[in-house]
Write a protein that binds this ligand. Structure first.
Ligand SMILES: Nc1ncnc2c1ncn2[C@@H]1O[C@H](COP(=O)(O)OP(=O)(O)OP(=O)(O)O)[C@@H](O)[C@H]1O
Length: 274
């Protein structure tokens, strides 16, 4: 794993005052239609650079759809969605974003190293880049703690190890923005802790921006900022601490439930005053 020397507790350091750089992601009036339904409705939010932003909400609320839109792979997106200063999906963003979906995208009949070498050759083709590719592959394998499995066939790895190969592929080009769709699902507590340490090291040491989705609320406490989603809308956008304080809650899960109740009550009031 990347050498993580920061705060070893599960909570990240408090949000520090920094010169506000342009956000990594900026959405305004964002809508996404899938099939017959509008699944994301009127979203407006930002994702700050060099921080870990957690995208949390119940299953089906639209997290993956939003990540696909940011990665530029989602059709029927309207409104403003700027990513690293370009409209989402712009061709120049391809090498600047690492996107890991929920389904590990690895070739089972190749070893871990061969999988990475294949994707490295797409990112940096040609003989002149051979040394750099080798270094990038070795670094990415070490980042996800798979050095001892580098020559194992991907098809013989566990589910968690295969997910980490996918993550290593995304780390190859040292992307500025990492979009990770439920990267810790199905992992044991030790691996989850190690992956979060890696995420923090990437943000702190390499300045990488991470957008990490989860429907497990305890992971919220590990993020610098949160986007809480429900039913295709952003319910709240703030630091975990600010959300807890604002709602008088002990945990982010409690804060989330409080915000859901508040939104439901507001919707009812709107209905009855019509
Ligand atoms: N191909 C599709 N066509 C139509 N609707 C879809 C399609 N894929 C997803 N949806 C709908 O879009 C909504 C958002 O789905 P999405 O996968 O983004 O949610 P999610 O929050 O990522 O869920 P999970 O945590 O279970 O992965 C859901 O109601 C889902 O039924």
């Amino acid at each position: 794993m990347v050498n993580y020397t920061g705060n070893p507790s599960s909570r990240p350091p408090r949000e520090q005052t920094r010169t506000p750089a342009a956000p990594a992601v900026r959405a305004e009036d964002l809508h996404v239609v899938r099939g017959p339904r509008t699944v994301l409705r009127d979203l407006a939010f930002t994702v700050p650079r060099g921080r870990i932003t957690g995208l949390l909400g119940p299953s089906g609320c639209g997290k993956s759809t939003l990540m696909r839109a940011i990665a530029g792979t989602q059709a029927k997106v309207t409104g403003t969605l700027d990513v690293l200063g370009r409209p989402a999906g712009h061709p120049t963003l391809r090498t600047r974003i690492g996107y890991v979906t929920q389904a590990p995208s690895v070739f089972d009949d190749l070893t871990v190293r061969q999988n990475l070498a294949y994707f490295a050759a797409i990112l940096a083709p040609g003989r002149a880049a051979a040394d750099r590719r080798r270094e990038d592959v070795t670094r990415a394998v070490a980042d996800v703690d798979l050095t001892t499995h580098a020559d194992a066939l991907a098809g013989n790895l566990s589910g968690g190890q295969r997910s980490r190969v996918s993550l290593a592929v995304a780390l190859l080009g040292a992307p500025e923005l990492l979009v990770l769709d439920e990267p810790t699902v199905g992992l044991d507590p030790v691996l989850r802790r190690d992956l979060w340490a890696l995420f923090h090291a990437l943000a702190a040491d390499r300045g990488t921006t991470l957008l990490v989705s989860s429907h497990v609320m305890d992971e919220a406490e590990r993020c610098h900022r949160l986007l809480l989603m429900r039913d295709g809308r952003i319910l709240a956008e703030d630091t975990p601490e600010a959300l807890r304080v604002r709602t008088g809650s002990e945990t982010v899960e409690e804060a989330f439930l409080h915000l859901v109740d508040e939104a439901t009550a507001a919707a009812r009031t709107k209905e009855t005053t019509r």
